[in-house]
Design a protein around this ligand. Structure first.
Ligand code: NDP
Length: 449
């Protein structure tokens, strides 16, 4: 066993070689990875607090007067009415459809990152076809006036609660399954020896069943496509009630639609992201994919739909043009930075990759890109994401703070994520990472942080 920046940890998570059961044993016994999110207490609190917060927030947004003080009145809600079997069936059917879409024999079969045991998994990158099928389904429902559109808006809290229940059920099943897989199939959290932390972070890195990669199939499809469908339902209901869709709501839906279609168009780019390469599949990702993303990220559209019916938020045309420009700036940074890094990682020997300034790490053929967007700041893709998020919330005007939760939350999330990713990169690459930080001193905002 070699020493590594992890202390006594064997470096085989980054060394490409065959694992022996002896290695597994050593790794299991020796590795005590640093616990993220405050360890057991933090993971336990987040598992309880995030779902409660989500339900309260969705209920708040659904009010005609979404002031924060209105949260106090949410106590008067009949708790029994929050869970309905009907909503659960809809959410469950949606989840199963998004998983089954992975099996549609269409799209590119793309190899993922080499795993610690030397194997390489292949992924069916056909999420775009799922989006197209969902959009056709929405169009049909709209044309034939199927009640599901009104149902989604009228029962959005119940659907959010059902999604939370489903994410708990899924996480429990994933946890049980992870107890019988080989140690080499576990993520770092799987080695913590801590049940609460393992449940929250996810123990198994790449759970696969019936030919479906569960983590990959859940990463974008149910959440992102569900988010867009809720936005579209908000537009449809708004049009029905008022005879028009405000420019703000149109902008938010179109911009978020582009963001979502883009993610599915470039679906293979997620193969080099932290969620796919490092995280296990547990409550954090399951809850994020099934409940948090669709029901929280649609907040601006839900707010604008309600505002249009009760307290219209007219914004000047010049301001809307400025928001479109802000969104385009964010989108260009986000997309081109993600593509630059993904191409650099997936084709390290191509002419475009070798022509870019980079730092050798000594780990396999991985170099650190310090050119283009990645020579400007260390997380340019996060910056683009944050800029887009603000453009959506600014379209909601300045009367209420509720629709601003998403961009501020995203700032906190991505700042924590940047710190976490940098700790992990320092462990992986040691002095090469330090050199990169000297070369590119700012993390997200040039000149500031
Ligand atoms: P990244 O896609 O930036 O992936 C981080 C990994 O990239 C690092 O661990 C490292 O992995 C590699 N890397 C980092 N710097 C370099 C470099 N200079 N050269 C080469 N490789 C490098 O981050 P995330 O996975 O966190 O995010 C992916 C996208 O998803 C982002 O655009 C983010 O904005 C978005 N996102 C959105 C969220 C939302 O809720 N809206 C939530 C989370 C993410 P290695 O060296 O091992 O290859």
């Amino acid at each position: 066993m070699a020493d590594s920046p992890y202390g006594r940890r064997p470096i085989h998570t980054i060394k490409l070689g065959r694992q022996t059961s002896e290695d597994d044993k050593l790794r299991y016994v020796d590795v005590k990875p640093k616990l993220e999110f405050g360890g057991t207490i933090g993971a336990g609190l987040l598992t309880v607090a995030l779902p409660l917060f989500l339900v309260a927030y969705v209920a708040l947004l659904h009010r005609t007067d979404p002031t924060l003080t209105a949260i106090a009145n949410i106590r008067s809600v009949d708790l029994k009415s929050l869970f309905t079997f009907e909503a659960f069936l809809i959410v469950f059917a949606w989840f199963i459809c998004s998983l089954l879409s992975y099996l549609i024999p269409y799209g590119r079969n793309v190899p993922g990152r080499r795993l610690p045991d030397g194997s390489v998994l292949h992924y069916n990158c056909n999420g775009l076809i799922f989006l197209l099928i969902a959009l056709v389904g929405f169009e049909v429902a709209y044309i034939f006036n199927v009640q599901i559109i009104d149902y989604v808006i009228a029962n959005i809290v119940q659907l959010a609660v059902a999604s939370i229940v489903l994410s708990f059920v899924l996480s429990v099943l994933l946890y049980i399954r992870s107890l019988s897989v080989p140690k080499s199939a576990l993520s770092d959290a799987g080695y913590s020896g801590n049940a609460i932390y393992g449940f929250f972070m996810g123990r198994e890195l790449n759970p696969r069943s019936y030919g479906i990669d569960l983590k990959f199939a859940c990463e974008l499809r149910p959440g992102l496509v569900g988010w867009l469908l809720i936005d579209l339902c908000a537009c449809a209901v708004c049009f029905k009630q008022t005879g028009s869709v405000s420019p703000s709501l149109f902008f938010v839906t179109a911009a978020q639609g582009l963001y979502i279609a883009d993610a599915l168009w470039f679906e293979e780019a997620i193969l080099s992201t932290t969620d796919i390469t490092c995280e296990g599949f547990g409550f954090m990702l399951a809850f994020g994919d099934l409940a948090w993303v669709p029901f929280l990220y649609c907040s601006q559209a839900i707010f604008l739909m309600n505002a249009e019916s009760h307290t219209p938020q007219a914004i000047p045309h010049w301001f809307l043009v400025a928001l479109i420009a802000l969104f385009v700036v964010g989108y260009v940074i986000f997309r081109s930075a993600n593509l630059q890094k993904n191409n650099f990682r997936s084709q390290p020997n191509s002419a475009s990759s070798t022509g870019m300034k980079s730092i050798a790490t000594g780990v396999a053929d991985r170099r650190l890109l310090c050119d283009g967007w990645w020579g400007w700041v260390r997380h340019p893709n996060y910056l683009g994401d944050i800029i887009m998020a603000f453009s959506w919330s600014l379209a909601c005007g300045f009367r209420y703070t509720a629709p601003y939760f998403y961009p501020f939350y995203l700032c906190v999330l991505l700042v924590l994520r940047a710190e976490r990713d940098e700790r992990s990169s320092l462990r992986k690459y040691g002095s090469a990472w330090t050199t990169y930080c000297q070369e590119v001193p700012y993390r997200i905002i040039p000149g500031i942080w």
